[in-house]
Design a protein around this ligand. Structure first.
Ligand SMILES: C[S@@+](CC[C@H](N)C(=O)[O-])C[C@H]1O[C@@H](n2cnc3c(N)ncnc32)[C@H](O)[C@@H]1O
Length: 456
């Protein structure tokens, strides 16, 4: 049977991995096309719980330590790890769809990466802002919930900051001499789109990998061949990453590039031949999965409930804090006490709840509305958030619940309106619908809890 381009690239990557010491004949996984998640990893044979599925040598992983020796020290020092890896991918992006990367270091790996990210919301926003393309009425970018759009704007800022930084480094010596033909003007759309391709590959495919002395160093990440074909599942993941010695001893690795990574079948799962091998990317809300990775996890329905959450920061800012001067004072206090942000309603299989910062913000808002001797009153609020007092007053509690009902009504109303209007059936439109359905169901469940008198 004639092999397609993806199979040939996978085979080439296996040859390259072997040249770096990987035992690819022991790999229990292979890459296959899925119906709606691009490519994925699948079990080539059955595997007992806890067994090794595959391992990747440190030299075959792309990160700050494996790239560092190949760039001038000034360049490495000027860039973060993310920016360095993005720059490397940018410089070695395959020139055409049918061509492979010419990178002498990582070419066979780079050639297996996705060739485009047309379905990713960051691509839509970059196209609309920098290519001056106007979105059609039914374009999903026009229909995103406000909190999703804000998160996408923040992601876009991270992307442009990285692009401006990498570009500034590439046009200065010593890099300018090395990359002459790849550097255009910073606003050159083709160059920016090439960088977007690099940036999205890093953002959607990198994993934690301890390389530095500090556990929380932002350079502790890597691109890892083979593993990066694993799709996400929050509740059916069947693969886990084995801890490295650096993780176990909580220290920088002995070899500066680390010892590589091993991936195992989860201890409670028996993997059968042809099962898809899934990884849990983290406990992310659908908003985050959509903005960062470009997809939405299927809604988890338990009876009539949908498990999920709604970020209501925009409603709080717009319709509750109408009085500018007072809202500044409230915001300052919330920021000072660490309660600004994370204003969410959420619903689990057992109950609907509101986040503690949201209830703290509403209590303060209503307290400040009636405040007499401000200092003493704020002390009441501080006593409540510190757990020294149960409530500010019955009136304050009643007003908070009324405000919460008001927030739920706004969420329900706008979700219903948008859901009537999004009719398209593309995968992206289905994701956007799913985000709104989650908002609708969570707000309804929260409203029911308020009426039922549940404690928050
Ligand atoms: C680490 S890659 C996984 C491999 C990828 N599917 C591919 O074709 O190369 C992460 C990307 O896979 C897709 N993905 C992962 N999990 C998914 C899921 N549960 N549903 C839909 N798409 C998913 C998203 O596009 C995400 O940005």
């Amino acid at each position: 049977m004639c092999k397609n381009a993806a199979d040939v690239r996978w085979d080439n990557m296996m040859i390259w991995l072997r040249s770096h010491g990987a035992k690819t004949t022991d790999f229990a996984v292979e890459c296959r096309k899925t119906p709606s998640s691009g490519y994925g990893l699948f079990a080539g044979r059955s595997c007992l719980p806890g067994k090794l599925l595959f391992s990747i040598p440190a030299k075959a992983m792309m990160n700050v330590m494996t790239l560092k020796p190949h760039y001038p020290s000034e360049t490495v020092e000027a860039l973060t790890g993310i920016q360095l890896v993005c720059m490397h991918l940018f410089l070695w992006r395959p020139r055409g769809d049918s061509e492979d990367s010419e990178d002498p270091l990582f070419g066979p790996y780079i050639s297996t990466l996705p060739r485009e990210f047309d379905g990713h919301p960051l691509t839509w926003i970059v196209q609309s802002k920098h290519q001056n393309t106007t979105c059609q009425d039914d374009h999903p970018l026009r229909w995103l919930p406000p909190s999703v759009l804000s998160a996408l704007d923040r992601l876009h800022c991270r992307f442009t900051d990285d692009w401006y930084k990498v570009h500034s480094v590439m046009i200065q010596p010593p890099m300018s001499a090395k990359v002459k033909e790849r550097t255009a003007d910073v606003n050159n759309v083709k160059a920016m789109m090439d960088f977007l391709w690099a940036w999205l590959n890093v953002n959607t495919r990198c994993i934690y990998y301890r390389l530095k002395f500090s556990k929380s160093d932002s350079d502790n990440f890597t691109l890892c061949p083979v593993l990066d074909f694993a799709n996400h599942s929050s509740h059916m993941s069947n693969m886990r990453t084995g801890p490295t010695n650096a993780d176990i001893w909580n220290s920088a690795p002995v070899l500066s590039i680390g010892e590589g990574l091993r991936f195992f079948a989860c201890d409670d799962t028996r993997i059968r031949e042809d099962d898809e091998i899934m990884l849990a990317y983290g406990r992310h809300a659908n908003k985050t999965l959509f903005v960062e990775y470009g997809f939405v996890d299927g809604l988890q329905e338990v009876g009539t409930r949908v498990c999920g959450e709604v970020d209501v920061q925009d409603i709080l800012e717009e319709s509750i804090y109408l009085d500018q001067r007072r809202s500044c004072a409230i915001k300052d206090l919330l920021v000072a006490e660490g309660y600004w942000g994370d204003f969410v309603l959420f619903s689990t299989q057992d109950s609907a709840q509101v986040s503690w910062p949201l209830i703290a913000a509403l209590r303060l808002h209503h307290l400040m509305g009636t405040a007499t001797g401000i200092g003493n009153d704020v002390q009441l609020w501080q006593d409540v958030i510190a757990g020294r007092r149960e409530r500010i007053s019955d009136d304050n509690e009643r007003s908070c619940r009324e405000s919460l009902l008001h927030v739920c009504e706004i969420v329900i109303g706008r979700a219903q309106r948008v859901l009537e209007m999004i009719t398209g059936q593309s995968l992206e439109q289905q994701y956007v619908r799913s985000l709104w359905v989650e908002e609708l169901f969570v707000a309804r469940a929260t409203k029911e809890s308020i009426y039922a008198g549940d404690a928050f």
